[in-house]
Design a binder for this molecule. Sequence first.
Ligand SMILES: [Zn+2]
Length: 1089
Amino acid sequence: MQRHISYLQKHQYITRSRIGNFLSDSQWNDVNIQPALYDLKVSGEPYIKLEVWSAPGQERPPFKHAVKQKYRPAKAGQDFGPSWTTHWFHIAVDIPKSFEGKPVQFLFDTNSEAMVWSADGEPIVGLTGGGGIERHVDYLLTPCASAHEPTRTFYIEMACNGLFGNGNYTQRPQDREIYYRLSNAEIVAPNKEAWALFHDVEVISEMATRLSQETPRYWQALKAANSIVNVFEHSDSSTIAPAREIAREFFKAQGGDSNHQVYAIGNCHIDTAWLWPFAETKRKAARSWSTQLNLMEDYPEYRFAASQAQQFEWLKENYPTLFKRIQDKAKSGQFIPIGGTWVEMDCNIPSGESLARQFLLGQRFFKQHFGEICDVFWLPDTFGYSSQLPQIVRLSGAKYFFTQKLSWNNINKFPNTTFRWVGLDGSHVLTHMTPAETYGAQCRPGELIDSVKRHKDIAYSNESLYLFGNGDGGGGPLRAMLERLRRMENVDGLPKVHQAHPREFYKHVEETANELVSWKGELYFELHRGTYTSQSNNKRWNRQSEFLLRDTELLCTVACTGSSDDNEYNYPFEELTRLWKLVCLNQFHDVVPGSSINMVYRDSDKIYSDIFGSVEKLRQGALEHIYGNHFIPSKPNLASELAVVNTTEWMRSSIVAVPDSISGRFKQQSGSGTVQVRDNDGAVLALAANVAGFSSQMVDLERNANDKFIVEHPLSIVQNSDGCFELENRFVRVTVNQTGQIVSYYDIEESRELVPKGETANFFELYDDVPVYWDAWDIEIYNLEKFKSLDGAQVAISDQGPLVASLSVRLPISDQSVLNQTISLSAISPRLDFDCNVDWHENRKCLKVSFTWDIYSDVATYETQYGVVQRPTHRNTSWDMAKFEVCAHKFADLSEFGYGVALLNDCKYGHSTLENTMTLTLLRSPKSPDEYCDMGKHEFRYALYPHKGCFNESNVVQEAYHFNVPLLKLPTASQSSVNLADAAHSQYIRPGNHSPFFSLSGARNVVLDTVKMAEDDKRSFIVRMYEAYGGHACALLSTKLPAYGLEKVNILEEPMESDDGDDLNWLPYSKATKIRFKPFEVVSLKFSF
Ligand SMILES: [Zn+2]
């Protein structure tokens, strides 16, 4: 009878430690499984000959250039650096005869990222050195060495950065002086069976840790792993087979029919820039993806998904053969392009049109290069998801959505896993948030157990997606992960796992789960609220780029549609596409949010300066084409008049600064009441009155001078006996105290005071801004408890009308920082403008400005992409409280019955409204990952716009547009008043004709946002509109542009079913159509001409 010697049920914890030690590569590694993993190892000469060439500075030269250089001898143990440098190794390997019949690997550990290249310039495999979980440093030289192996030569490109850049990113800025040691260069023969046993024990031992002790499988796993340790002897390879037999017996037991099904998909989340610049991302994608292609050869079941068309486009340009291999693997179904967007963008800051362009550019790329568009919108790692995304996703040909970021919420746990996400307009997408709560899973049993435990909708859908592979910096899945996955495919105690295209998962859910719950509205991310503000200049450039491109595409389309044979204009399609790609690139989810290193912002500054310069040229070209000699004189010095172009749909009046070149004639009229010469800088201001939407007009001084409006209600500014300043026009009287705060904002027509007694508006506060962990990312709620009021301002009158009255405010923020502000009231509007100029040198401080109103409402309204969202003004529940800082675009509005005030801005996004106080977050000063974040000069504008009626009855949307889209100014010699459309489309200019090139009537809640030429169709243009307030609408759209027919299209500009029935009917004589809108609906029309 066999003696019973194992009592492991009485010392299970000790046994688990024993099993852990069996695998350890640090302790006991001379007596556990480690010595058995390699049969042979050799290093150094004569087997390995190393030479190196170091590229100058931070250059990243291509292979062709690198191989022509002069190489010097090198050896393991040497250090290479500093940070961000590149070193190319030329390597000659002679495999010794003793390796005959064995697989042979070359191990090369630079402790950094590296890429193996063949001698003829093919990228072969990426390497990630160091001791982390991402480590993979092996390159397979041959699966079976022969007796007489030839000398093998190849190259390795070493990048002096790790997967996460250089240094400890979350606590301090990047380290510029890191040197990386080539710690290992050797030839090895791995013992395949020993490795297989290693992976067996990895899986079984973790099951013995993570399974419940109340299940038989826990005990079976513990016993099996313990038995393996008993059987195995490191110095006797014949013990591997019986040890593996124990494992095989254990894995034989399969799960039942009701088991949870996991759909596994390999991925490597490669941030398009973050702790490294864009240039490094190009190499990261090549390294990561070449590694995956190799794994696909060895593991036919392996499926790998990669997103971001931009990274594929870079690969296509820089690594064409690798791109071709990926295309082939995409055809066979192993490599899965996914996501549908240009980059994995931020979804808080970009405009509606930007989000649409992310899809238009992305889907077109995927269709062109991989034969189909993506039906899964893939965004594992963005800091909140706009309520308009479901509609935009559906209009872009996708219908499924994947993310996991909300698992990071720091206040409330998001309650769903698989659900219908219903957007602002009622569109919905089938959404899944992986219950493993990571996109970088390691293929370990515990993660699969969590996939069941944390699944919140398992009652309706007993399946989940599981994303494995090393992410953030890239790298991707490792061979060991695929080995473990194979062992876990169908084993009792764990859910079943099957590698699949994510589409398979969604389709199956669609077919089987018909009772899924819904989540309506935004997926607010309860963390990273500082990303609405950090790197504020970057956000400003983004806003400006969006509007510049909007104006320019509109004008280019007008120029193009009016082009005739003798007056030809070529729409700059390629250049506009290039510029949109750049705008979209900078909207990557670590760039525009402000969470990247300094290098990235220096790159993005350059990109924006390219955008501004190039767009300006295109816009000027379009204007010149449209107006020819009528407006723009060939000799600029002949100009003496000013014409303005209104690129918005609404009639507007505006005070414009007259360009210096023509200010002379205007100055002569300075007594007329419609021209003003500013005291401080001599700038000449003039009134451009009643400029029709989508139209142009001369600035007519004579007519304005007789304007009753101006004559009867002169603007005034005085300092009272109590020292306060009073600015008054026909609409409002604003009182500003001696510290620049508004103590009274009085609506004259309504006889209504907006500032409660004892309260103020335009009140500056400097808050502590020390988050729990993520510096540039987070504003924390506790910082709202600790602040200093800034009230040491000096105020003086700087403009006294007749068009603009203003105060200049100088507010010291600290010994290092100062804010200069101009507060202006014009003669023509109740709107009060604030132009700010800040010199900012703080450390973990946050500048906010607040406005307290005598207005009471449970909700405030904030602009989002193509619409608005309402959020509570109280903190009743933890869900309300978690939204203590929210993202808004051009405005936030606080309205009650009958009246409201909107806070407009030209580049800020961080807002909050608590009770009756609205706050705008202006600047932050985090030090990591960019130590220089936001240091220095800033310019920004905001404005207050009081209005009769609640938000829905107001024209806040239009006013916010006007605040962001100035009238375009054209110095001209002509006195004619010329319509822009007529100028483009008629040989005869008809002065005084103001018919616009587009007009929308019958629905003040509809915004005409975008006009562009159609993709792939030179005889069509696109008009995109949206319903902005949340109601139905029936608008009549007419145009002066040539148009013979129209159809409703989606964002990809493909025809779509229209619910409008006969309404969407082009009336060729009136050149008009009726269009019906549902609340917040985005409608794109394609006109052919
Ligand atoms: Zn990311």
